[in-house]
Design a protein. Structure first.
Lengths: 597, 597
């Protein structure tokens, strides 16, 4: 049976020792978050994840969701109770402003505990996750009346939310979408069309479902400039705030997916459904991107979450499974064989997962903190800088953490040998569940293009320059510290490759955009490798500082240093390969005619 | 719906232009294999794969296998008919000696057409595939009476075969196995125990199933030195060769696997089943390794096969799916959007699959030809040399082609975006099916250890020296050919890294074996990258030669040169990274205590 323990100690190390959350007491919501409070909150979330979400993960996968003939949808046993516990614990609105029923705590904290929920049960966590995305869009683009009408119920979790973008013929290219909106004369619209891949599209866990739907108002321009965003409630809300008449939206089918079987991914049919415009006409894409950007961070976090869960299972199995003997002679001579964790190749796999996951956690919380600063700082310059880095980091975080999360699930499954291929051990589920994170909310190739095509050049490269400066400064400031030399040297080498690749794009991709596209995925991973290396350098410094101060977490801190070393020895050297590939350009990619494939 | 066309032109290019099969007319079975005959045979296999195997692939996955209450097993609809067509076409015994009913044709040809069958339907192809492994073991280790009794029916496909190694507590470490054999007094044995993960363990497609079973004779030594191999027929064979009494072996359950659902992977229970010793007492592991080595090549081929099938689907989808516009402006302005094959990042994925798959095909057939020479050459020195290279190549082929086949299935699925995650498109199946190839017949970490721990040092490094010499000589011989300079230069650079890494092992792993284990997986891939690069250099030379001779396959040959260039630009540079990792050694891997994971 699978195992999972929330890595509370690691989370607190990042929040307290690496990011020094206590220094941000000036930001709204951060004031009372001393180490004890943090530990209490994070510990409560760990309990919920371990005790209520996790036991439903494997059964939820095998039971799945089912559409009944009346278009209602059944979800796995126990999901409703666990969802209710999550809502009642206040977790759904943890970072939502208090005026709408939230707790107003940092988004950083929301991300920290969100990791545990997704590790424990990604399919279940997606139900409130979609609601959180919808809340974010309504918060930014909704009218005051819309906020008052929908937000409190959504924050409480009595109503849930969805996002409806994809249609059968269009996903990435939303300009092609056909769902139409016809003015009804009373300020509302009649929405008709079909949406696919709609997570949590229909389920019995909430009394209402608030669908956010992209559609084209009759007569609007073609392409992305004619798309508007609508609120389409499953039950039209009465004047008194109660759910009223059933709206013309229904689940047409449940998709037959490779994984996340516990989440009801639906084909949604809209048939003259009543919808309410949110934000301005024809500005729907911008409004949807508010959800999308938050969702991208959330999906990156899912990659991290599954990688962590898979790692824990692989480590546990490797400690227990007796098979063969160590290359250096028996380590457990009293047993029939040694545990397979004695084998360097098994440890290579485990250390790789661990090195990425721990750095991925730091990077996620570092990015989440930028989001908090960008939204809450009283200082406009600080907000701007944080927003720059948040925008730059988002595609890297989504693309790299999900690619790696999937790799780790596969590697963890491999540690189990044949048993990993059998569903009962749960490793197949991690692989199948992780696979979607590379695809949804913008496939990772799109993240790479977003990075190279938009984020690099934005504001004359202001964000990327700031990032390079922050990493360069870190190396410079710690130059004299011998204990850190190994780490800063490795980081500096990676940064040099990243800067050279960036320069190569400037010189070669302006005139020939295919050179940017040809190197985009390698660039995203090159950037990710350097940023995660930066996180390791910061963690190494925090560990060294704490050890020097006589911190009682000696073994824990020394393990950080070992893992940091592993990262610099085995992972950071990838930057040179990525740079070489980028500099190869587009020629050999574009030489063949489409027919030759 | 998925698509598949057997790559006949590519196969013939490797057989005729690269390997020059016509030069081996002196070997038994090779005499009449001119280009026309080859084309006819390969074309027939293509037809069978495309028309009979492939249409059953997706339905077979969703239908799966089912154990009935009476312990019989149902396989997917249509499997029996397609299996019969395969047997009636003589494909099962293609490379088996004529005296046992085979056609005595080259194993190389068997591998060439085997690729198509596994591309079209891996689960179905495994049924005869297991029989072929069992035939190989009986051919080498069986008595004349056993050969006469079992082989003709197995070659005809009327009886099938299985291999029974794994038990719940042991897979890699067979020394731990507990299945016991008690002499029955009449020369036979009573076999009792449980085996798991038994492919094609029970099914209704043949009138008998010949299980090859590893067991420990009562009183035999513990560990691997006390293991014997037994023939355990499902129905005990009467004197007249007909199936007689039902033996004490039955399917206890069908495993719930991630993929290859069309193959009946069984828990097999042996309860005083009658078994016949094959080969010598306590020498069962050696006998099983005859099957195992052939099976490893077969599994490597499966990796290639799924990679090819997934590639074809991704290429087809990329040509058809309209979404967005090319970075360089619309390429299909008359359509609502461009096909996604205009995007360099999509082509990067496709070219990567293609570069590995085409080189993997050449490497597989190159290795299969070594097997033919090792078994059929009249010249003892030639046999020895070929056997050396076959032994060396086997773990590389198995490990690298299956790791890459899985990667390609994942990358191909990614090209489909969200649609790739939906079972109906078939891409999820390729990923799920490919996943097992990295695990069974020795997990890839075990292949890497076999390479580094056994194959490198065997006979004083004779095989690896021969391999380095062959590649080095190729570079040297073609040094003056300007058209090949780009390829030989890239290859030479890779070879240098491989030689340096090999030297590092010699200097650092003797005294400290963990250094070998820590670098084993990187070394396997480093070796694979160089060998596949060698295949590309050979293919480039064959293409240049043919073009210079005015060969009419102009576009086809020029595409080979483009893909060779892509390989050298983007894939070969990995060798430096692998070498760096190997030279990092074991220290940071072994530093943590097992509890720290």
């Amino acid at each position: 049976m699978p195992v999972y323990k929330a890595p509370v100690k690691d989370t607190l190390f990042v929040l307290n020792d690496v990011l020094s959350l206590q220094n941000y007491g000036n930001l709204p919501g951060f004031a009372d978050l001393g180490p004890e409070t943090l530990e209490a909150i994070v510990g409560e979330a760990a309990k919920l994840a371990e005790e209520q979400f996790f036991p439903l993960n494997l059964p939820g996968d095998s039971q799945g969701c089912k559409r009944n003939d009346d278009a209602t949808v059944a979800v796995p046993d126990g999901f409703k109770q666990a969802y209710d516990a999550y809502c009642q614990g206040g977790w759904l609105g943890l970072a939502v402003p208090e005026e709408f029923g939230g707790q107003g705590l940092p988004y950083t904290l929301h991300a920290a505990v969100g990791e545990y929920m997704s590790s424990a049960n990604i399919s279940l966590t997606m139900y409130p996750g979609l609601t959180q995305g919808a809340i974010a869009a309504i918060l930014v683009h909704g009218s005051d009346a819309q906020k008052a009408k929908y937000l409190p119920k959504m924050v409480e979790g009595i109503w849930s939310g969805t996002m409806n973008l994809t249609e059968p013929h269009c996903g990435t290219d939303l300009g092609l979408l056909r769902t139409k909106a016809v003015p009804a004369g009373d300020g509302s619209y009649k929405i008709s069309g079909q949406k696919i891949f709609i997570s949590a599209g229909e389920h019995p866990m909430t009394e209402n479902i608030i669908h956010l739907v992209l559609a084209r108002i009759e007569g609007a321009p073609a392409g992305t400039k004619g798309i508007s965003l609508f609120i389409v409630p499953k039950f039209i809300v009465n004047e008194d705030g109660t759910p009223g008449a059933r709206n013309g939206v229904a689940c047409g089918a449940i998709e037959h997916k490779m994984g996340i079987h516990g989440n009801s991914t639906c084909v949604m049919n809209y048939d003259d459904a009543t919808g309410y415009l949110i934000g301005a006409e024809n500005k729907g894409l911008a409004a949807m991107f508010v959800m999308m950007n938050e969702a991208r961070l959330g999906v990156g976090l899912q990659g991290l979450s599954i990688g962590e869960a898979a790692y824990q299972n692989a480590a546990s199995y490797a400690r227990d499974r007796l098979q063969g003997r160590a290359l250096t002679g028996p380590k457990a001579p009293e047993k029939a064989a040694d545990p397979i964790i004695v084998h360097p190749d098994v440890r290579r796999a485990l250390m790789t997962m661990r090195a990425y996951t721990e750095a991925g956690r730091a990077f996620t919380l570092w990015t989440a903190l930028k989001s908090d600063i960008a939204h809450r700082s009283p200082d406009a310059v600080e907000r701007q800088m944080a927003d720059d880095l948040l925008s730059l980091a988002t595609p890297i975080l989504k693309g790299v953490l999900t690619d790696k999360g999937f790799d780790h699930a596969v590697a963890a499954q491999q540690v189990f040998g044949g048993h990993g291929y059998i569903e009962e051990h749960g490793m197949s589920q991690y692989v199948r569940d992780a696979r979607i994170t590379m695809i949804y909310e913008g496939a990772n190739g799109i993240q790479a293009l977003d990075l190279v095509g938009r984020k690099l050049a934005a504001n004359g490269g202001r964000a990327v320059m700031a990032m390079f400066k922050e990493i360069g400064d870190f190396c410079e400031e710690n130059r004299g510290d011998e204990k850190l030399t190994f780490f800063t040297k490795g980081l500096k080498k990676g940064l040099n490759d990243l800067q050279a690749a960036t320069m190569w794009f400037m010189q070669n991709a302006m005139a020939k955009p295919d050179n940017a596209g040809a190197g985009s995925t390698d660039y995203m991973h090159l950037f990710g490798t350097v940023v995660l290396g930066y996180m390791w350098a910061k963690m190494a410094k925090a560990a060294e500082d704490a050890l020097a101060a006589g911190d009682p977490r000696k073994d824990f801190l020394e393990a950080k240093l070992v893992t940091a070393r592993f990262y610099m020895e085995r992972i950071m050297p990838e930057t040179a390969l990525r740079k070489t590939r980028i500099e190869a350009g587009a020629d050999s990619l574009m030489a063949l005619s489409a027919d030759a494939f």
